[in-house]
Ligand binder design. Sequence first.
Ligand SMILES: NC(=O)c1ccc[n+]([C@@H]2O[C@H](COP(=O)([O-])OP(=O)(O)OC[C@H]3O[C@@H](n4cnc5c(N)ncnc54)[C@H](OP(=O)(O)O)[C@@H]3O)[C@@H](O)[C@H]2O)c1
Length: 303
Amino acid sequence: MKYLISGGSGLVGKVITSKILTQNEQVNWLTSSKKEQKNVSCFSWNIDKNEIDTNCFTNVDAIIHLAGAGVAEKNWTETRKKELIDSRLKSTQLLFDSVKNLTNKPKVIVAASAIGIYKNQDDLLLNEESEQGTDFLATLTKDWENAVNQFENIGIRVVKLRIGIVLSADGGYLQKVAAPAKWGFASALGNGKMITSWIHINDLADLFLFAAKKENLNGVYNAVAPNPVTNYEITKQIAKALHRPFFMPNVPAFALKLIFGEMAAVILMSQNISAQKTINAGFKFEFETVNEALNNIYKKVIY
Ligand SMILES: NC(=O)c1ccc[n+]([C@@H]2O[C@H](COP(=O)([O-])OP(=O)(O)OC[C@H]3O[C@@H](n4cnc5c(N)ncnc54)[C@H](OP(=O)(O)O)[C@@H]3O)[C@@H](O)[C@H]2O)c1
């Protein structure tokens, strides 16, 4: 297989890339920056100017579409919200407009989506058919999925992975929200009862490649491990995996709202997401419990 990854230089894209290269397959990156990577051919695009180097599609079998500005990177000002929307919708449209004119089209697109699409329903177990939300994040995710659906109209198989909280030593949730634990200040957030539906980064990368290769996979799948935990539990397990104490009081929700504004919704949301459809499709998780995932991640890191 030959892959094209948009946003390949990010947290998830780098791990997918290294797995592809380990399997002696080829990978191109479609990048908005000047980043370079050993053994990867990099092609540029500029979403705002609607420009793309269409050589990126040559002999490509599968597109893995990850590009998007970081949802939890900066506070959600109106300018930032526009960036979050444009980086997902305009990028998908530019991809689609370019691919529809190709004589030799890729066979499949596997696109990132997010569990933020679901309505926040505390501990109710949610599957792919569950009710969707109407807040900023849910609306953005719905529009993003709809943009990706266009590829079906030109005969390309579409798989959308609704990604949960990605656990990795190199960035994302563990680097930001759990950073205080490294200093011995692990602290649950809000009332600590919110359900965190997480996935180990290795499993997520494997799931993208599984979806690209398995020809009978179509539509949406939750990309979360089978055992979600409360925020209190994951914080306790992070402290334990780091051999740090866990005695601090919770950070109250109002403090998070003061610091993060509207974006606090991401931190405080409770999403109990089912992995059943993904398991039924034949995917085998390497890390099924948060214990296993954190022990694997932190065994490599020395603080
Ligand atoms: N990590 C999570 O917990 C999580 C959870 C749910 C969903 N997701 C989604 O999964 C995808 C991959 O996640 P990730 O953690 O790997 O993200 P990431 O580390 O932030 O990487 C995303 C990549 O997208 C590209 N990008 C950033 N801003 C852009 C912009 N304004 N316009 C166009 N491209 C831009 C960048 O690649 P270039 O510089 O090479 O262009 C960047 O490396 C994202 O779409 C994210 O929303 C992630």
